[in-house]
Ligand binder design. Structure first.
Ligand SMILES: Nc1ncnc2c1ncn2[C@@H]1O[C@H](COP(=O)(O)OP(=O)(O)OP(=O)(O)O)[C@@H](O)[C@H]1O
Ligand SMILES: [Mg+2]
Length: 365
């Protein structure tokens, strides 16, 4: 049994600059044995730099990296024993699929018979049985990426780093590959650090997601924690649309804040660090909002949050409504299975939500 107390990988206060550009600025987080962590952030936030430091292609200016409690900074890249998968599969085109997968074993001077057995196991693992002798140059994008994954796993590393490994694939193949990655990772119990800027992808595969911005960690947590309890406004909006209604906190009871919105309605939201009497924002995800039309909306009385429908558009798996609430634009996603009459532009609607699905956040956030 792996020691659950001891992280597989421990990053502490990592900093790295390229000339005047500070790519990483005191980054810290841990990855447990067998854990799948995704690293998310906007372009230029330092994701690839983080992987390059862990892999040993770059040296940090400050901070430490520990791999199974051993500092890594004196270990050269080729001795770190970490598997790598990049956006482009980077197979050697003149070698067969089997020879590409066997390469890390050859470099480690593993004997022929053992190599062949390992390659066969890997081909099964990535569902490419029968492809051993194929020329690598003849593979499709998804097949090439599976070979790259097999090559990264064949020497049984304890950690695999993936940098946008599915970025070049079409949506359907991406989703299939996401499931395969997760299944393979679970079966082998390997730790993974997977860079992506696709939040849906991160949610699909992660045990935990680490969100970084400008070389600093903003938040790390399970997909549900990070989505439903974002640490700040940056994380909230990075992980999808987040409506924000300005108001003032009238009272706080237990963990519920009673907020008077600018339009006059008194609403409830989970207290996410506000003060009674203070200005705040009520933040709500589009899928957490219910809309009512016609008589039901009129029945809501004074505390209804009145909204005017600007537009509605059909998005296949949901209906997207854009509303105006006292001058603020609010987006609602409605399941298409629940039809609602009266969704015509200009209609007056009422919005409602459950208190636990809205967050009352201080204005500065
Ligand atoms: N070799 C380099 N020389 C100079 N600056 C660099 C170099 N590599 C990265 N940078 C800079 O460091 C910062 C972080 O880059 P990094 O590649 O880590 O971002 P990223 O999060 O991987 O972005 P993307 O999502 O676009 O891949 C950026 O400002 C980038 O321009
Ligand atoms: Mg990158």
């Amino acid at each position: 049994m792996p020691d659950r107390q001891l992280p597989r990988l421990r990053l502490r206060d990592l900093s790295h600059s390229f000339g005047a550009v500070r790519a990483l600025d005191g980054l810290s987080f841990d990855i447990a044995p067998g854990e799948y962590v995704t690293l998310l952030g906007p372009s230029g936030s330092g994701k690839s730099t983080t992987l390059a430091l862990i892999a040993g292609f770059l040296q940090q200016d400050a901070g430490s990296i520990e791999f199974d409690a051993r500092p890594l900074h004196r270990t050269p890249a080729h001795r770190r024993g970490i598997g790598l998968v990049f956006q482009a599969a980077q197979l050697l085109p003149h070698l067969s699929v089997a020879d590409n997968i066997a390469l890390p074993l050859k470099l480690r001077r593993v004997g022929r018979a053992e190599r062949d057995a390992a390659v066969t196991r890997m081909l099964d693992l990535v569902a490419l049985r029968g492809f051993a002798e194929r020329a690598s140059a003849s593979l499709s994008g998804g097949q090439a990426q599976r070979v790259a994954l097999a090559r990264a796993l064949v020497f049984e590393p304890r950690l695999v780093l993936l940098d946008e490994p599915l970025g070049a694939l079409d949506r359907q193949l991406r989703e299939t590959m996401q499931q395969e990655l997760r299944a393979v990772q679970r079966r082998l119990g390997v730790s993974m650090l997977h860079v992506t800027h696709d939040q849906a992808e991160a949610m699909a595969v992660s045990d935990r997601m680490a969100v970084i911005e400008a070389g600093r960690l903003r938040q790390i947590g399970t997909p549900r924690e990070v989505y439903e309890n974002p640490a700040d406004g940056f994380v909230a909006s990075f992980l999808g649309e987040d409506n924000r209604l300005p108001g003032r906190v009238e009272a706080i009871e237990d963990d519920v804040a009673f907020v008077r919105l600018a339009g006059g309605a008194l609403v409830e939201a989970r207290d996410a660090g506000v003060l009674a009497g203070g200005a705040c924002m009520v933040a709500i995800r589009p899928e957490r909002l219910a809309v009512m039309a016609g008589a039901m909306a009129a029945d809501m009385g004074d505390d209804a949050v009145a909204a005017v429908l600007r537009e509605s558009s059909f998005r296949g798996d949901h209906l997207r409504l854009v509303l105006d609430v006292a001058g603020i634009t609010v987006v609602v996603k409605r399941p298409t299975v629940v039809p609602l009459a009266g969704l015509v532009p200009g209609a007056t609607l009422a919005l409602a939500w459950q208190a636990q699905h809205a967050r009352a956040v201080p204005l500065a956030l």
